[in-house]
Ligand binder design. Structure first.
Ligand code: ADP
Ligand code: MG
Length: 457
């Protein structure tokens, strides 16, 4: 079957359409065009750089698995920005709320910049709701806080700061707060934006001499939801501006929620005054989901997609995909794509060949490997590391090993204590906390640990 680029892309879009919320499909994928199909690459054009990046980021996994299924595994998908010949989108569909405005010649500063009531700045995805968030041990605290905040913004837990690894549901929760507030309090002004967008808009505002406009815009919202706050790292003027925005909102008892892949103290070059502001409210972490939660998430998502998966398939996939919910979803998308193109029921066998082959084999890191890597990095032997000796440098290295066993393997404090010459759990906690503090104030140390972590992956 020889397909043209256009035919192939049309088929892929057809499959993607039923997998995505109508609004997303319409906004992002409908305006794309196939440009070329070579030996091993399908090239597709999107109307702008921004759209190309967005599509790659949000729908890349889905599209690539559809490309593989339709054309074969060797095919790559390239999404290019190419404005010519592509219809522009409705301005309200562009998540960077000010794109249009930024292109205009700067009008005189006017007080009319405040966001009118009931407006949402940025894009809320109506699919990401509290109801659709599956709660388990790893995220129940964060979830409860988000629920409380969404029910009564600005009342308590202000600011709320949630951190955790990639694909664990931070954006989902943040969006869910926005959606809930929008439905429950239709008069409130909500802004949802990644911190980079805050930075970009600020830079544009400075360039166009519209900073007053920018300030009025963000200082007039009722709920400010900042995604990926770690990108504030090292951006001095953005932090400065954010600090003032934060103060204004906080004083007016408006709700601020931030999510980040790191705790505030671990965001490099985040100003002390911001760190201390975040500590005024609640800082909490989302951990990786345990097996039970992964099963529950998969089950729920399969039902939502009307995909019938047996217990054995669920278990196989949940055991296989441990790192994040996103990884779980990626596996599910593969299964869905397969079942919709091949019209075959999904058996455990099939799941094994689809999911098992595509994901990199899961590396089972052991605590012994951690000890070896740490010992080597600090110039000790593993025996020394596990000994009773309290030599300062040895104790430091030991604390790092404990920290890594806790954060990478989720071993209990007691288990860790046993591994290190039967130390009791309070000693372990104390050592781990010391490492966490040092991660906060010592960038040299942070780099060293990042290096160790990378080596262990
Ligand atoms: P993060 O922002 O932490 O990187 P996301 O919020 O983007 O992660 O989550 C990745 C994907 O997993 C999203 O599609 C999200 O809807 C889904 N997801 C994450 N956690 C849950 C959960 N507890 N229940 C249901 N879906 C979840
Ligand atoms: Mg996110």
């Amino acid at each position: 079957m020889e397909l043209t680029a256009q035919e192939a892309w049309a088929k892929i879009l057809e499959s993607a359409r039923v997998r995505l919320p109508g609004h997303s499909f319409h906004t992002w994928l409908a305006p794309t065009r196939a440009i070329a199909l070579s030996e091993d690459t399908l090239v597709v054009a999107a109307p702008s750089d921004f759209a190309a990046e967005w599509i790659e980021d949000k729908y890349g996994d889905l599209l690539v698995s559809l490309v593989h299924l339709l054309l074969g595994d060797r095919f790559k998908l390239t999404i290019e920005a190419r404005a010519a010949g592509l219809s522009a989108q409705a301005p309200d569909a562009i998540p960077v709320a000010d794109l249009e405005e930024l292109r205009d010649p700067p009008p005189p500063e006017s007080p009319g910049a405040a966001v009118p009531s009931g407006t949402v700045v940025g894009e809320l995805n109506a699919q990401l709701t509290l109801e659709r968030f599956v709660v388990g041990r790893s995220n129940e605290f964060a979830f409860a806080l988000c629920q409380a905040v969404a029910d009564a913004p600005g009342r308590q837990y202000n600011p709320l700061f949630i951190h955790g690894g990639v694909g664990l549901g931070k954006t989902h929760l943040l969006q869910a707060i926005g959606n809930h507030v929008r439905n429950k309090f239709p008069g409130l002004k909500i802004a949802y934006l990644p911190s980079e967008q805050f930075t970009n808009e600020l830079i544009a505002a400075i360039r166009n001499r519209r900073t007053a406009h920018f300030q009025a815009r963000y200082r007039s919202v009722d709920v400010l939801l900042i995604d990926d706050a770690h990108f504030l790292a090292g951006k001095h003027s953005t932090q400065e501006e954010f600090f003032h925005t934060f103060n204004t909102l906080y004083d007016a008892r408006k709700q601020v929620v931030l999510v980040s892949d790191r705790a505030p103290q671990q965001i490099a070059a985040l100003e002390e005054r911001l760190i201390s502001r975040f500590a005024w409210g609640v800082v909490t972490e989302i951990a990786r989901p345990d097996l039970e939660t992964r099963m529950a998430i998969l089950q729920r998502k399969a039902v939502e997609q009307q995909l019938d998966l047996g217990e054995d398939v669920l278990l196989f996939v949940a055991e296989r995909c441990r790192s994040s919910v996103r990884e779980l979803e990626g596996a599910l998308i593969k299964l869905l794509a397969f079942s919709s193109l091949a019209k075959q029921p999904i058996t455990a066998e099939l799941a094994r060949s689809l999911v098992g082959s595509s994901l990199a084999p899961h590396r089972d890191l052991s605590a012994d490997e951690i000890d070896q890597a740490v010992a080597q990095s600090f110039g000790f032997t593993v025996e020394e590391l596990r000994s009773k000796s309290r030599r300062r440098q040895l104790a430091d290295a030991r604390a790092v090993a404990m920290y890594l066993e806790r954060s990478l393997l989720e071993l209990s404090y007691t288990e860790i204590g046993k591994r290190f010459g039967g130390r009791d759990h309070s000693t372990v906690i104390h050592s781990i906390q010391k490492v966490e503090r040092q991660l906060g104030d010592d960038s040299e140390f942070r780099r060293r640990l990042d290096g160790l972590r990378a080596r262990l992956r």
